[in-house]
Design a protein around this ligand. Structure first.
Ligand code: TRP
Length: 341
């Protein structure tokens, strides 16, 4: 919908999206698309292992678009945008880089943690990696994404808040020192800040193989839930602890029947509930959530030109805004060398 306020948010195309993406972001986006003028960006400049596996990244761009259509993002309501097809992002980034002291990046806690993880990964993919300059400046690129669209609102996960703060600082500085072009964007947090992996690890990630993907079949979901970590070993009649049990964290995130979840929790801590009962419930809940997505996915997967159209049209709408922004920026920076004076 084209309300007054504009939203820009994005995802890095690293692979198929999972239920953590849904609970933390997509679920919210589906609602926001009816309330605001929404631009959803596939940030293909900002993939940390970019150069290692280009075909995977390119393929993931299509996978993300298909996942978006499957969850019910509507390309008539919202615009899907491929970052690298809008050159204005890079152009603006270059100018904005002059408004950011290096210390701003050095102090960014999310960037710091991610760079450490690249240099010393905890899983077996260890291969003396180093941080590419492009990764170091990805928050600058993200600032440029948001300001290129002159967005008012940016729905993100908690880990992205430092980047939104950076964006606000840059916008303020540009507006003050040159011309007031950019709204100071506000962040919007999703419903579930972070979902644990099915192995109980705090991070759900493809490289750990601990995700439930939006495109998983009903059988795969059932199998993954059966194998899910559900706290320390415990007999079916022994009480357990609800807190931090991944199965309950998932039920909290996805079960629409809060009353039922409350009852399960009570019995679990009282007389004990078998893991089978818990997991059967979660399987049902997840498959009810995913089934309509599977149906929509099938429709788009068998008609790839619809996916391409969604990307092309959204990108075109985005490009028009990006051009307007750059025109204002060129004017503010007095860059119009070849205009008649
Ligand atoms: N860096 C974001 C993430 O990893 C993705 C992203 C790229 C983004 N550009 C953006 C998010 C612009 C919000 C706005 O989740």
């Amino acid at each position: 919908m084209s309300g007054n306020k504009r939203i820009l948010t994005g995802i890095r195309p690293t692979g198929p999206l999972h239920v953590g993406h849904y609970a933390g972001a997509l679920d919210n986006w589906v609602k926001l698309q009816h309330q605001y003028d929404c631009y959803f960006l596939i940030a293909d400049y900002q993939v940390s292992d970019f150069a290692d596996d280009l075909p995977r990244v390119r393929n993931a761009v299509w996978e993300v678009a298909l996942d978006w259509l499957a969850v019910g993002l509507d390309p008539e309501e919202a615009s899907f945008v491929v970052e690298s097809t809008i050159p204005e992002h890079t152009e603006l980034m270059t100018w904005l880089a002059w408004f950011m002291p290096v210390g701003m990046l050095e102090r960014n806690p999310t960037l710091k943690a991610e760079m450490e993880a690249i240099e010393s990964p905890e899983d077996a993919t260890t291969r003396g990696k180093s941080v590419p300059v492009a990764f170091y400046i990805y928050p600058v690129m993200q600032v440029a994404n948001i300001l290129t669209f002159r967005a008012h609102l940016v729905p993100v996960g908690e880990d992205q808040l430092p980047h939104i703060e950076l964006t606000r600082e840059v916008a303020r500085r540009f507006n003050r020192e040159l011309k007031p072009i950019f709204p100071e964007p506000e962040s919007l947090l999703g419903r579930v800040p972070r979902l644990v992996g099915i192995d109980g690890n705090i991070k759900m990630s493809k490289s750990r193989g601990n995700t439930i993907d939006l495109k998983d079949s009903a059988e795969i979901v059932a199998g993954k839930v059966r194998g899910m970590y559900a706290g320390p070993p415990r007999g079916a009649k022994e009480p357990g602890t609800v807190a931090e049990n991944p199965v309950f964290l998932y039920l909290d995130a996805f079960d629409p029947d809060a009353e039922h979840v409350r009852d399960l929790k009570e019995r679990y801590e009282g007389t004990g509930v078998s893991n089978k009962e818990l997991k059967d419930r979660l399987t049902t809940v997840l498959n009810e959530l995913l089934e309509p997505m599977r149906e929509r996915r099938a429709k788009f997967a068998s008609n790839k030109s619809l996916v391409r159209e969604a990307l092309e049209q959204g990108t075109q709408r985005g490009r028009a805004i990006a051009r307007d922004t750059m025109e204002m920026v060129r004017d503010a920076l007095d860059l119009n060398y070849f205009l008649k004076r």
